[in-house]
Design a protein around this ligand. Structure first.
Ligand SMILES: [Zn+2]
Length: 401
């Protein structure tokens, strides 16, 4: 793989052994669409390791044996690429980048990233805004990235918006991030300008510890994507931008509660299909409505019926990603037996007691936050959430077994 940056324009050329099909770090199969993309709103000069790691978030799935960058990288980043992916990376010759003092927040506007932002009220936001690719048709005509950018601007925070078409480098399963970390490509290129030493993401306990998302129902202390000692955590750290998960120890019910109780409540938006608020009629809205109804202890309020294809995902026999929140909702939403979730009650014996661990913070998630920001996260969790008991901690560690 050969990588070339011209300002914020990335192009790459596959070597003979590279392939246009591959797997992202979560094992999901992916297929390449095109070999160029652009990142707007970033400076043309940054430490070469930042360019290298930003490029790697796009080219990792296709690279088999080696990656040659257009500028020399540090020995530390080369070692992280070798240890994590088994690739020879070069040329080597730069001094490593020292982490800056600032924690940026990768801000999506969803409840999880709003909760992360609430813990660090002085942190600047980095917002990734999707724009069309000049050669590939727009397959998201319904998706209002402009709405989110406007909401981000209303938060009162320092917001740096990065525009990018990098999701169009992916053909299958659909346009999207080649690696989840590609959402941070622009933030990496801005790290010198903003003095970043860490980047906070809204990944919550399900994504970090319970094998959520595309993983299935298992405890994942060594999660390769989000643990600090995983291959991505080590690569980002080598470039002086630590991965930080401020809400990695709490469930989506807790991030929902924190976000809806925060100053940013009016800006929380997990669905971009609607123009004037969430559409209420997609899979994500249904899932979030179950969580919100549980948090607010009120009946489910949704137009969705069990016949809708997207509703079936959470009505199947378990296991599946997000299952802990289905159990939480089933145990707490009044009248749930008379809703489309009613049949799912047959699969679980969830009670308030058996799901109460999802209202507290998993202590190892605080311990793995870099020292510069750990005390602030710990104090926030102690005051606003409460730490798990040992018995609750075991619920996390026995998840899926
Ligand atoms: Zn929706």
């Amino acid at each position: 793989m050969r990588v070339t940056w011209t300002g914020g324009d990335l192009s790459f050329r596959l070597d003979a052994e590279d392939e246009i099909t591959g797997r992202a770090s979560d094992e999901h199969p992916v297929k390449l669409a095109t070999n160029s993309c652009t990142i707007g709103g970033v400076p043309g000069d940054a430490h070469p390791d930042l360019f290298a790691v930003a490029a790697w978030t796009v080219v990792a799935p296709w690279t088999r044996r080696r990656v040659l960058f257009d500028r020399a990288i540090s020995a530390e980043v080369a070692a992280a690429l070798h240890d994590g992916w088994g690739v020879e990376a070069g040329p080597v010759g730069a001094e490593r980048r020292s982490p800056g003092p600032t924690l940026g927040i990768s801000y999506s506007g969803g409840a999880d990233s709003v909760a992360a932002a609430t813990i660090f009220p002085e942190s600047p936001f980095l917002h990734f805004r999707r724009v069309p690719h000049r050669r590939i048709p727009n397959r998201w005509p319904h998706y209002r990235s402009d709405v989110l950018a406007k909401l981000a601007a209303k938060t009162g925070r320092e917001v740096t918006t990065v525009t990018s078409d990098l999701e169009y480098t992916l053909a299958e399963p659909r346009p999207g991030y080649p690696e989840h970390h590609a959402v941070a490509a622009g933030a990496l290129l801005l790290a010198d300008q903003l003095g970043l030493g860490g980047l906070g993401f809204g990944y919550e306990m399900g994504s970090r510890w319970l094998g959520g998302g595309r993983y299935l129902h298992r405890y994942t202390p060594d999660n390769p994507m989000w643990s600090p000692h995983g291959k991505w955590g080590r690569l980002f750290a080598a470039a002086g931008v630590h991965l930080v998960l401020p809400v990695g120890g709490v469930s989506e019910a807790t991030t929902m509660r924190l976000a809806l109780n925060s100053d940013l409540r009016e800006q929380v938006r997990w669905c971009l299909r609607g123009t004037d608020g969430p559409c209420r009629d997609c899979g994500k809205c249904l899932y979030k409505e179950l969580i919100q109804a549980a948090v607010e202890r009120r009946p489910l309020n949704t137009p969705v019926t069990a016949e809708r294809p997207f509703a079936r995902k959470w009505l199947r026999k378990p296991p599946y990603g997000g299952q802990e929140m289905i159990e939480y909702g089933l145990a707490r939403v009044p009248g749930i037996e008379n809703t489309l979730f009613g049949p799912a009650l047959d699969f679980f014996e969830a009670t308030e007691e058996s799901t109460s661990w999802l209202d507290h913070c998993y202590p190892p998630a605080i311990e793995e936050i870099p020292e510069a920001w750990r005390a602030q996260a710990a104090a926030y969790m102690t005051e606003n959430v409460g730490m798990m008991t040992e018995a609750e901690t075991r619920r996390v560690e026995n998840w899926g077994s």
